[in-house]
Ligand binder design. Structure first.
Ligand code: IPD
Ligand code: CA
Ligand code: CA
Length: 262
C-alpha cells in the first residue's frame, strides 16, 4: 500500500466515528492536560491508537510522532520515514460543541519533509489529500488558494493559541491585527490551514505550533499554490514550528512578514 493510500483509507474509515462522537459529546470522557483549556478526550486517544497500530502493522519500523502520550516528541532521526498525527485538532471546539470546527490530521514525511498528507473534517465530511508534486484535492476537487493581493482585503485566521502565545501576539502582531481586512480565529489550526488551501481564507498565522498541527496542512497548501514559512520569512521546517508559522496564498506573504515585529 502507498502512504497516500494508507492516509486516505484511515481518514475515510474514521471520519464517521469522530462525527458520531461529536454528535454524542455530552457523554464523552474528558480530562485536562497542561491547563483547564488543554483538553483530552477518549476520541483523541482512540484515533491515535488506531493509527499507531495500523502504521506499525503496515509500515513496520517507521517513526511515529503524534500529540498524545509517548509519541509527543521529535523523531529520533529527522531524516527517517516518519508519520505525524494530530488525532483531533480543535479539541476544545470538539468538546464544547461551539461549532463543528475540528479535524483529524495525518502526514507522512521523509528527510524532514511531508510528502503525503491528509486532513479530515468530520463537521463537513470533507477529506483533503495531497501528495508532493501531484496537487491537493478536497474529495475529488482540486484545491487552489485565493487570488487576494492585499492584506487590507484579506480574510486571515490569527490563531491566538495559549496564554503565552497571546502575549506574543500583543507584542508582535498588533499592526497585522489592525490592518487585516477580516480577522477570524477558528480554534483549530488544521481547519484554518485547510481553508487557506481552499481559498476561503487568505492567511493563517500562529506564534508557536507543534509539528502535528501543520505537518499535513503545509503540504496541502503548497500543493494548492500557497506558501508556508516561519514568521521571519525563513524556511518552515517540519520539526521547528516553535519559530512561528505563516501560511498564505503567497500573494500577501511578504506584506504579512513586514507587519509582524521581530
Ligand atoms: C490546538 C489548535 C489551536 C491552536 C493550538 C493547538 P489541539 O490544537 O490547533 O487552534 O491555537 O496551538 O494546540 O490542542 O486542539 O489539538
Ligand atoms: Ca492540534
Ligand atoms: Ca490534538
Amino acid at each position: 500500500m502507498t502512504e497516500i493510500g494508507f492516509i486516505k483509507c484511515f481518514l475515510e474509515d474514521n471520519i464517521g466515528y469522530a462525527r458520531a462522537k461529536f454528535a454524542d459529546r455530552a457523554s464523552l470522557t474528558v480530562t485536562s492536560k497542561a491547563n483547564a483549556s488543554d483538553l483530552l478526550t477518549e476520541v483523541d486517544l482512540t484515533l491515535q491508537k488506531r493509527a499507531v497500530d495500523q502504521i506499525r502493522a503496515t509500515f513496520p519500523g517507521d517513526e511515529i510522532v503524534a500529540e498524545e502520550g509517548e509519541f509527543s516528541r521529535m523523531p529520533a532521526s529527522p531524516n527517517a520515514r516518519c508519520w505525524v498525527m494530530d488525532p483531533i485538532d480543535g479539541t476544545n471546539n470538539f468538546v464544547r460543541g461551539m461549532f463543528p470546527v475540528f479535524a483529524i490530521s495525518l502526514a507522512f514525511a521523509i528527510h524532514g519533509r511531508t510528502v503525503a498528507a491528509g486532513m479530515a473534517y468530520p463537521g463537513t465530511g470533507d477529506i483533503y489529500l495531497a501528495e508532493e508534486g501531484k496537487g491537493a484535492f478536497v474529495n475529488e476537487t482540486r484545491l487552489l488558494v485565493s487570488q487576494v493581493q492585499q492584506v487590507a482585503e484579506s480574510r486571515v485566521d490569527l490563531d491566538f493559541g495559549g496564554v503565552e502565545d497571546r502575549n506574543a501576539w500583543m507584542e508582535r502582531a498588533q499592526s497585522l491585527f489592525r490592518q487585516s481586512g477580516q480577522v477570524r480565529c477558528h480554534g483549530s489550526a488544521v481547519a484554518a490551514i485547510g481553508q487557506v488551501a481552499s481559498g476561503d481564507l487568505d492567511a493563517f498565522v500562529h506564534m508557536t505550533l507543534n509539528p502535528w498541527d501543520y505537518a499535513a496542512g503545509m503540504l496541502v497548501v503548497e500543493e494548492a499554490g500557497g506558501v508556508c514559512s516561519r514568521l521571519d520569512g525563513k524556511t518552515l521546517k517540519l520539526f521547528d514550528g516553535k519559530d512561528g508559522v505563516l501560511i498564505t496564498n503567497g500573494a500577501i506573504h511578504k506584506e504579512i512578514i513586514r507587519l509582524i515585529r521581530r
